[in-house]
Ligand binder design. Structure first.
Ligand SMILES: Cc1ncc(COP(=O)(O)O)c(C=O)c1O
Length: 345
């Protein structure tokens, strides 16, 4: 391990045990309580700290990763920042294969943690970058036998950590058993793990997978997507459409409007996938007046989206202008949000 590397146990102990913040949403004129599980309080700033740690530990346990080895992964953002953090703390060099959609903040964070950035510039035949990134990972593995690939899209350690850690945490918060839990999808690992755990110990609790239109992770036709951190151009290897109790597809405009309303009214800043999850929870509450407790897993914070969904210029440039800027009421109505006010509980 290189000199000055922080001790392993210290880093591990800081991942997880994120807080649950109660907020109230006004849905069809009635205030309803929702718990926001804020994964931005992980040391690397997102739910992906848990995944990154589990992936690295899995490679070590299988004897594939140790001194002299380099971790290589395809990531458009949060997993890269999280792996950079975990690899740094364990003393492994890390190469992140990224694309032009990665946020400046995540790239800076990876670079600050000594990761090497390999940028893929040409999209693949499907117009996305995922397959192009994976092709580059395979080239790196073929050219350097010391490279190891955790493969977040297929490694069972991804859903496992959410079954063993994230799911149990959701029930430990002491605010009563939730009636429903909302989880955004990209690889589908978080959803699959949380759903597996809750189905075992709390069969009455519904687990809802939340995706944006245009993503094919849990089915649906492919299309243009403007947000990062949610959705993907390939189906999940972990979660199938029937694995959560329900799947909700939202527009990215709705996700953005939810993020902006939440921050404006409460000061709580979350990322786009959390906005989607909050908007999906509000729709669910509209349809189920009897539901009392709902938890939204908020995968990351606003800090990595200041130059995208919290920037007026970015919103205009990406065609969000109508309905997502101007007065809050006009924005929420134009975006079709199912809640029109939010407050700290
Ligand atoms: C912001 C954000 N939300 C949600 C997710 C979904 O996580 P998963 O890959 O476990 O489906 C990710 C994954 O990168 C993410 O970065």
């Amino acid at each position: 391990m290189p000199e000055g590397t922080p001790a392993r146990a210290k880093d591990v102990s800081r991942i997880g045990r994120t807080p649950l913040l109660p907020v109230r949403l006004r849905v069809a004129g009635r205030w309803r309580e929702v718990g926001l599980k804020l994964e931005q309080f992980n040391p690397g700033g997102s739910v992906k700290d848990r995944t990154a740690y589990a992936l690295v530990e899995d490679l070590e346990d299988r004897g594939l990763l140790g001194p002299g080895r380099t971790v290589v992964e395809s990531t458009s953002g949060n997993l890269g920042a999280a792996l950079a953090y975990v690899c740094r703390s364990r003393g492994y060099p890390f190469v992140a294969v990224v694309d032009p959609r990665a946020s400046r903040r995540n790239l800076d964070e990876m670079a600050a943690l000594a990761a090497t950035l390999e940028r893929v510039d040409a999209p693949d035949a499907h117009g996305g970058y995922l397959r192009a990134r994976i092709r580059r990972v395979r080239e790196l593995l073929a050219s350097d036998p010391t490279c190891v690939w955790p493969d977040q899209y297929r490694n069972p350690a991804n859903p496992r950590v959410h079954r063993e850690q994230t799911g149990p945490e959701i029930l430990r918060h002491g605010s009563g058993r939730p009636d429903a839990v909302f989880v955004a999808v990209s690889t589908g690992g978080t959803l699959a793990g949380v759903a597996q755990y809750l189905r075992m110990v709390a069969p009455g609790c519904r687990v809802v997978g939340v995706d944006v239109r245009g993503s094919v992770v849990l089915g649906g036709p492919p299309g243009r997507r403007r947000l990062t951190g949610i959705g993907a151009g390939r189906p999940s290897d972990f979660a199938r459409p029937g694995d959560g109790d329900q799947v909700r597809h939202l527009s990215d405009a709705e996700a953005v409007a939810a993020c902006r309303l939440l921050r404006e009214r409460t000061g709580v800043g979350v990322g786009g996938s959390s906005g989607a999850v909050l908007a999906a929870a509000a729709r669910y509450l509209t349809e189920r007046p009897e539901v009392e407790r709902v938890v939204c897993l908020c995968a990351d914070g606003a800090d990595r989206y200041e130059d995208t969904l919290y920037s007026g210029a970015w919103l205009r440039e990406h065609g969000f202008a109508t309905g997502t800027t101007g007065a809050a009421a006009a924005r929420t109505a134009a975006a079709g949000l199912a809640f029109d006010a939010v407050a700290l509980a």
